[in-house]
Design a binder for this molecule. Structure first.
Ligand code: UDP
Length: 329
C-alpha cells in the first residue's frame, strides 16, 4: 500500500529541504520537524506542515507526531561537522544519538514503525578495504561517525524487538543542488569542500586544502561525491520498498574517488577561472580515502544515479551558489 503522510526531521536543512520538495511534488503530505538551529525557515517548503521542535524535547516531539500521524519518518536532523564533533563530542552524542533515541521512542508511542535514517560513511572510520561494502565493520574515528553508528545500532534493536522497518543510508559526500538552481546547500558556517571552493572563486581568494601528506596519489584526501538529487531519490525508493521488521543499511555514493586537488581542478573548469590554493594542516578526524560500493542500493531498491558526474554536481552547486549570493548578499 502506498504511503501518504511522511514526517521529515531536518526539513529546513540541505538534504531535508530537497527531500521535502520531492515528496510534496509526488503527492505526499509532509510534516517538517526542525529546531532551526542549523537549518533555515526559508528552506522549509510552504506546502509542508511545520513544527519547530527540538528532538531533545520529547514531550513536544511526541505531540507533533501525534498531531500529524505520519506513516513513516525520514530522519535527517543532525549536526554534521566532523571537526566540531571532535571538539565537542558530548554535543554530538546528545544531539544526534539522544535526539534519535527520543524520536524512536516517540514513534513507538505513536505506533509509527517505518523510518529512513541518514547515516554516513563516517561510520566506517578508516576502512580496511576500498571500495567500502556495507558489511565492513563500523569503526568510526570521530564523534560524528560514532553518533551515527550508535543510532544505527539502536535502530537495529528497534527493528528486532519492536517490529520497526528501518533503512539506514550511509551517505558519502553529498554535493550539488536542485537542477533548477532554486534550492541547495547553505550551512552556517560552511565547511564542505565544493561550496568552499565556489566561495573562494567568487571572492578571488585561495581555497584552504587540509593536508597534503595523506597516503593518496597526490597526498590530499579522496572522497566519493554523490548528487543530492540522487540521494533524495534513494529515500523515495526506500519509502516505497516494502520491508517490514527489518533493518537494512545501504551505501549511497558514486563509486568514484576524487582528491581535494582534483575537485579544485574540476571546479576551475566549471567556473572558468583559476583558483589559488593555500596548504594547511590536516583537519582532525579526516580519513584519507572514502569510496563507496553502492551496488546494494541498486540491486535491492532499484537506485539509479541520474547525475553521476562530478562536473554536473559542481555546475548545479554553482547555479545555486550564484542565486543564493544574489538574493542574500
Ligand atoms: N577540505 C579542504 N578544504 C575545505 C573543506 C574541506 O581541504 O575548505 C577537505 C576535507 O579535509 C576533506 C574533503 O575536503 O578531506 C571533504 O571534506 P568535506 O568537509 O566536504 O566533507 P567530509 O568528507 O568531511 O564529509
Amino acid at each position: 500500500m502506498k504511503l501518504k503522510k511522511i514526517t521529515v526531521t531536518g526539513g529546513a536543512g540541505y538534504i531535508g529541504s530537497l527531500a521535502t520538495r520531492a515528496l510534496l511534488d509526488r503527492g505526499y503530505e509532509v510534516q517538517v520537524i526542525d529546531n532551526l538551529s542549523r537549518g533555515h525557515q526559508w528552506a522549509v517548503d510552504k506546502r509542508a506542515a511545520f513544527s519547530k521542535c527540538d528532538l531533545l524535547d520529547r514531550a513536544l516531539l511526541s505531540k507533533s507526531l501525534k498531531s500529524f500521524q505520519p506513516e513513516a519518518v525520514i530522519h535527517f536532523a543532525a549536526l554534521i561537522q566532523v571537526n566540531e564533533s571532535v571538539n565537542q563530542p558530548e554535543l554530538y552524542l546528545r544531539n544526534n544519538f539522544e535526539g534519535s533515541r527520543n524520536l524512536l521512542e516517540c514513534m513507538k508511542e505513536n505506533s509509527i514503525s517505518k523510518i529512513v535514517f541518514s547515516s554516513t560513511a563516517a561510520v566506517y572510520g578508516t576502512p580496511e578495504s576500498i571500495p567500502i561494502e556495507e558489511g565492513e565493520p563500523l569503526a568510526p574515528v570521530n564523534p560524528y561517525g560514532e553518533s551515527k553508528a550508535k543510532t544505527e545500532q539502536l535502530l537495529q534493536h528497534y527493528c528486532q524487538n519492536h517490529q520497526f522497518a528501518g533503512t539506514a543510508f550511509r551517505y558519502f559526500n553529498v554535493a550539488g543542488a536542485h537542477p533548477d538552481g532554486t534550492l541547495g546547500e547553505a550551512h552556517e558556517p560552511e565547511t564542505h569542500l565544493i561550496p568552499k571552493i565556489l566561495e573562494a572563486a567568487r571572492r578571488g581568494e585561495p581555497v584552504k586544502v587540509f593536508g597534503n601528506n595523506y597516503p593518496t596519489p597526490d597526498g590530499t584526501c579522496v572522497r566519493d561525491y554523490v548528487h543530492v538529487m540522487d540521494l533524495v531519490d534513494a529515500h523515495l525508493l526506500a519509502l516505497e520498498h516494502q520491508i517490514s521488521r527489518k533493518f537494512e543499511a545501504f551505501n549511497l555514493g558514486s563509486e568514484r574517488g576524487f582528491s581535494v586537488l582534483e575537485v579544485i581542478r574540476a571546479t576551475e573548469k566549471v567556473v572558468g577561472q583559476k583558483i589559488a590554493i593555500e596548504m594547511n594542516e590536516r583537519r582532525a578526524g579526516d580519513p584519507p580515502v572514502l569510496i563507496a560500493q553502492s551496488t546494494k542500493a541498486t540491486r535491492i531498491l532499484g537506485w539509479v544515479r541520474k547525475y553521476p558526474d562530478l562536473s554536473t554536481m559542481i555546475e548545479h552547486a554553482l547555479q545555486w551558489h550564484r542565486s543564493c549570493f544574489k538574493t542574500r548578499a
